[in-house]
Design a protein around this ligand. Structure first.
Ligand SMILES: [Fe+2]
Ligand SMILES: [Fe+2]
Length: 138
């Protein structure tokens, strides 16, 4: 696979990360009620993780000779907290799969630092997914 195809996959994931940290920031701001305080804290603390993921992807795109192209999903988040968690568990799962694919692709090109970092980011998303499931009482 060419550099260009790798850049495109990294850019698609960059846009997912930017969409995620915008959504988590807005959801953290939106949540009301003492019973959901732990969920609010979780979303606000995960914003920094997702920004870090986005920053790494943007740097890699530049290193590979590309330029990030931004097209985030700016849809308003749901108001219902359970709906937020259910949707985000699915999205975190999709991110685990995307990072696993990116790690395999990077490894097949001998890009070992990128491979390890993509595996680390897959692990972060898997932890986010588990934490959300726990907060949902699963
Ligand atoms: Fe992320
Ligand atoms: Fe995440």
């Amino acid at each position: 696979m060419s550099n260009q195809a790798l850049i495109e996959k990294l850019n698609a994931q960059l846009n997912r990360e930017i969409s995620t940290f915008l959504r988590y920031m807005l959801q953290g701001a939106k949540i009301r009620g003492a019973q959901w305080e732990a969920v609010r804290d979780m979303y606000l603390s995960e914003v920094a993780d997702e920004v870090g993921h986005a920053q790494y992807l943007a740097n890699q795109i530049e290193i590979l000779g590309g330029s990030p192209t931004l097209d985030p999903d700016l849809a308003a988040p749901p108001s219902d907290v359970r709906e937020m968690l259910q949707r985000d568990i699915e999205q975190e799962g999709a991110d685990v799969r995307n990072y696993t694919e990116l790690a395999e692709l990077a490894g097949s090109q001998g890009r070992m630092a990128l491979k390890l970092k993509m595996e680390e980011q897959a692990g972060d998303e898997d932890e986010h997914r588990q934490e959300m499931g726990r907060l949902l009482g699963r």
